[in-house]
Write a protein of this length. Structure first.
Length: 166
């Protein structure tokens, strides 16, 4: 990794998360993409040895790297809220912008199922830490059910349930 790439990836971590949340506790939590990435990497490290071997895509090191930089393009797109990403056209446009950013810097991490799962787990765990009552809402319950189903596919449902149940 070049010095320039290191600097760009390092600088990408200052993007505010939860900035459009209607709940002031999340919106004002001072969470950043760098802090989120660190937590996702810890979750990947925890769950990697436990997932079904058929999901061992790339190496643990490559998965941790992907976890650390997965939101780096948000330094140009911002951290779009989960509800906005449900819109197909917006999600596609964001994907094109993020792809162009990765192409420009010449480094594209492999986004594997374990990194994607841990990305979602972190959102649930963060909400439980900052605004736990929100997890009782239908939208969060839907996200939790989806996450547990995804975790079951990877063979780590019990471990994920233990993590998100607090």
């Amino acid at each position: 990794m070049t010095t320039e790439l290191t600097k760009r990836l390092w600088a990408s971590g200052f993007v505010n998360r939860w900035h459009s949340s209607m709940d002031h506790r999340l919106r004002n939590a001072q969470d950043t993409t760098a802090a989120h990435a660190q937590r996702v990497a810890l979750l990947v490290h925890r769950l990697w040895p436990l997932i079904d071997e058929r999901w061992h895509i790339s190496t643990l090191d490559e998965n941790i790297y992907a976890a650390l930089v997965h939101d780096a393009p948000e330094c140009v797109t911002g951290d779009s809220p989960h509800t906005a990403k449900k819109d197909f056209e917006l999600r596609a446009a964001l994907g094109r912008m993020e792809g162009a950013w990765w192409k420009q810097i010449g480094d594209v991490p492999v986004m594997t199922p374990i990194v994607k799962l841990c990305d979602i787990i972190d959102a649930i765990m963060f909400c439980r830490e900052v605004a736990p009552d929100l997890l009782e809402r239908d939208d969060w319950q839907d996200d939790i059910a989806y996450t547990l189903g995804f975790a079951a596919q990877l063979g780590v449902r019990d471990e994920v349930e233990e993590l998100i149940d607090g």
